[in-house]
Design a protein around this ligand. Structure first.
Ligand code: 13P
Length: 305
């Protein structure tokens, strides 16, 4: 079976749009109607005229698309494609943290469940977190959930002192600064570029910190030829398209494994995309109440970015 041809036929027949994150496998990125970072994909989801949104990403991304399009069918090729950050933050625990910190605004990284979004004042992505945090007065008391690494990075950049939820991304958090320094010694001409979900030691020694889309922008405009890339491996596909003459070396987290392949993102395959579009399942279903409450902080984010 030619899955690519079948996916193409089905998406036309069903007026479906395929949104894919940069961490998807290359063949999925290549068949997508739009590829992007979390922010760009949320914007696309908000604007689409399609009847079906097939989200090639992880669960919280498809949920965000559903919240913005309650009347549309939103499909996720593998319903088990989760996120360690989202699962680190349970809504009932966040409710307790809010109770213990009255008067605090809750800024939630988009990598969280719809229920956590319901308890949030505003959502942010790594692409707009600085802008969102800076939209609050300097003296505002804020809780940042669930990524402590992104939160502490934003605190450092903005001079704020947000209280941080102790979550982290299982992929970015284990990338090792010592390893990055060794790679840098072996290739002194290389620039280190990192996603803000990396731990503070890695961010400290990076030449550039930004979202997946910001990293792509950076390497397309910067004059260096070699980059040490501290993020998930899927981004390399677009990097080598954007700058075919440059060299990108991914930071391996361990000698034995390619640990910076996100096991959730990589659950999606071309075959699963095909089956999902053919059978229109797994579908993201959320209650109208959750959709109504979770929509407000997402719309607040879109208005601010
Ligand atoms: P971006 O916002 O850079 O796409 O990051 C999404 C993400 O989940 C990183 O782990």
């Amino acid at each position: 079976m030619d899955y690519i041809a079948e996916i193409d036929r089905l998406r036309k027949e069903k007026n479906a749009v395929i949104l894919a994150h940069y961490y998807q496998i290359p063949s999925i990125q290549d068949i997508a109607d739009y590829i992007g970072d979390s922010l760009a994909l949320a914007r696309r989801a908000a604007e689409t005229q399609a009847d079906i949104i097939l989200f090639a990403g992880v669960h919280f991304m498809a949920e965000t698309a559903k919240i913005l399009n309650p009347e549309k069918k939103v499909l996720l090729p593998d319903v088990e494609a989760g996120c360690s950050l989202a699962s680190s933050c349970d809504a009932s625990e966040l409710a307790k943290m809010k109770d213990a910190n009255p008067g605090y605004k809750v800024i939630s990284y988009v990598n969280c469940s719809a229920q956590v979004k319901c308890l949030s004042d505003v959502i942010c992505t790594s692409g707009n977190a600085v802008r969102i945090v800076e939209s609050f007065p300097k003296e505002e008391k804020m809780l940042f959930v669930p990524d402590k690494n992104l939160g502490s990075y934003i605190n450092r950049v903005t001079g704020r002192n947000m209280k941080l939820w102790p979550g982290s991304c299982e992929i970015h958090d284990i990338l090792n600064a010592e390893k990055v320094l060794k790679m840098k010694l072996a290739k002194p001409e290389a620039k280190v570029i990192a996603h803000p979900e990396c731990n503070p030691a890695v961010l400290e020694i990076s030449d550039f910190v930004g979202s997946t889309a910001a990293m792509l922008d950076f390497i397309s405009q910067d004059s260096s030829r070699v980059y040490i890339v501290a993020t998930e491996t899927g981004i390399l596909h677009q990097m080598s398209k954007v700058a075919p003459n440059k060299e990108f070396i991914v930071v391996a987290s361990d000698d034995e494994c390619a640990c910076n392949d996100c096991p959730h993102m990589k659950r999606n395959t071309i075959e699963k995309l095909y089956l999902c579009l053919r059978d229109e399942t797994p579908e993201i279903v959320l209650s109208p109440d959750v959709i109504e409450k979770a929509r407000k902080p997402i719309e607040a984010m879109l208005a601010l970015s």
